[in-house]
Write a protein that binds this ligand. Structure first.
Ligand code: ZN
Ligand code: ZN
Length: 130
């Protein structure tokens, strides 16, 4: 895909048709692996049109494992268990540091980074069932 220009999401003047894909001035950082991306895709459901940003590494199973640990962190668990989850996340990130790729197009504003869950759903591998 050739990106002709970057759009400012605050101005809301970006393409709005189903399947449209474009780069944005804003940068999104994946909550799971820390990768950066500024690609946005428009998707339409029956009632609404929405913008999706997906982590460029989100199709890997190690990524799903990190997502599952992140999910645990948002639940109520004993502190020792939560700490163990944090350690697992760190270890997985370290183990896959070479696989964590950014997906930046053009020259976005690197001062404008938003951390988000950039996870795809649903998923066909076993991690989607957890
Ligand atoms: Zn990620
Ligand atoms: Zn998986």
């Amino acid at each position: 895909m050739v990106i002709a220009r970057l759009y400012d999401l605050d101005k809301d003047d970006h393409p709005k048709y189903d399947g449209n894909e474009f780069g944005t001035i804003q940068v999104f950082q994946c909550e799971a692996c820390g990768a950066l991306t500024n690609r946005v895709k428009i998707q339409k459901s029956r009632l609404t049109t929405y913008r999706v940003t997906i982590c460029p590494n989100g199709h890997h199973c190690w990524h799903h494992e990190i997502e599952n640990f992140l999910k645990r962190l948002k639940e109520t668990h004993p502190k020792s268990y939560l700490n163990a989850c944090k350690r697992e996340i760190k270890a997985l990130r370290r183990q896959h540091v070479k696989d964590i790729k950014n997906d930046l197009v053009g020259e976005p504003d690197m001062k404008c980074v938003v951390v988000r869950s950039l996870f795809e759903t649903p998923r066909r591998c076993k991690h989607g069932l957890v």
